[in-house]
Write a protein that binds this ligand. Sequence first.
Ligand code: C2E
Ligand code: CA
Ligand code: CA
Length: 539
Amino acid sequence: MLLPPRKLIVIAIGVLLAGAPVLLIDYWISGLIIRQSASDIETFSRRSIHLADKRLSATLEALDGLAKRGIDRCNPEQIEALRTASLSVAWVKQMAVLGAAGQPICSDLSLPAGPIRIQASRPVRNSPAVIEVVQIGDHSQRMVRVRRPVGNGTNSLSALLPAEALVAKIGMNDVDTSGYGQLALLDGTIIEEIGTRPNDAESLSAIGANARVSELFGLRVTTSSPQIEEAALISGLREIALTITGIFAVLLLALGLLLYRRHHDDPVAELARALKAGEFVPYYQPTVDISTGRLRGAEVLMRWKKRDGSIVPPALFIPMAESSGLITEMTYSMMRQVIADLGRTCADRPKLSLSFNMTAQHFANENIVGDMRRIFERSPIRFSQIVLELTERQPLENLGKSRRLIASLQELGVRIAIDDVGTGHSGLSYILKLGPDIIKIDKLFVDALGSDSNSSTIVETLVDLAGSMRMDVIAEGVETFEQVIALRERGVRSAQGYVFAPPLPAASFLQLLEAIEPRPQNAESEQPGRGVRRTVSAA
Ligand code: C2E
Ligand code: CA
Ligand code: CA
């Protein structure tokens, strides 16, 4: 099924919102890795220079000690002295006495496998000693040799150190960052490398940017920062973080969709949507003058016309509309639609009245008078054609205020009807206090007219009362001819009910109206009695 564009937009926004934390975390982790690597590299170079200095100094000190003791040849005591000295500096692999040509004459321990090739050498400052980078044997194992002349200067003492003993480790907890570091002589001869040497020109030129130097031994530690991507790949941390934020993002998205769905399943939100979409439409139930059979007007009854074409009766949504407060806007929407449906028709028939169902909420704030003005002032419908029905079932909270508002509306020319009279508990005095223009007798009494004498008495009393208070009476829910006759006998003039017509859509109501009350020839100056009139069959 294709998703509607609005849903797609919501999903897209959701994805963006969910993606943001992923990007943020990614950015944060990258930063973290770069900072961590930079700090690892810095530690590496500082510690390596320190280590090389310290170990070479200790080695040199041991050689100096031997020289002072006159160890320059290879008798057993001297070899023993070499051995003790070598043991005192743990990282020294071998101490030896070298001949005039530099070849080892004797050593403390085993001799290196294979010949020794000197790659480069450098004098040590303030010392007769030199530092040499040497390759040993066929495997070209690189080592550092400290050598100092001894005795008359033909022989010398030497100590071999593995190159790796002179550099620190990069990174913490054996987690390899992809940084690179090297220890070299000042002339550039590499002693030891750690990490992967970068092969791009940019990184290579960065090597040495933050070099550290040992002046004493003529050494230099240089580093290059890791490549971000490489570092990120190596760091499992990033994958973990990305996975977690990914899951989080999906959850966020799911939650968003769930809330979106819930919002759409929420009946109040659904009502608000339907209102915006114009799904609430007015139906019109005619009110008939039962003494003449003429059509007096209509009661506007709301219907919910759903997108699938089904019609929902008001009993199923008015309570929710009232409790949610949407009812006010829905009522005003009815009024505007009525103007569009019947504006012209009403202008041509000034006696035609239209009644709207109001709720207590409308009379709870002062706006109602201003709102009615705004809606109808410039419409073809006169205020005198408007009836506002207030049900007796829901008593008004603030009677004094409601009376004032009713009086203001009546000043405009609007008439007030009390609906469902006889069904509430408020009593007649309450109704009279509101000063209505019309009372509507509930279907309950109309139904009981023939059978129940009490109902007859109530109807008669109401008609009498209405007469003396100059109020009109309308009987509701009239379904039979007998009821029409019974009402007429008791002096009721107006009625509405299925016997005349059910609530009708605008087009049908207009048709009926045109048939019973044709548009006057000279609509602007309509006179009673002009035009062809037919009476409703029931009358
Ligand atoms: P109500 O104001 O008492 O409206 C009369 C109800 O009786 C209407 O029901 C009408 O269709 C029905 N009716 C009319 N003649 C007969 C008849 O001969 N026999 C029977 N059995 N019923 C008849 P509907 O249209 O379903 O409206 C029900 C109620 O919903 C209304 O009662 C009114 O209280 C409320 N309502 C309808 N439209 C609106 C509205 O726009 N605003 C507000 N606040 N309430 C509305
Ligand atoms: Ca009503
Ligand atoms: Ca009613």
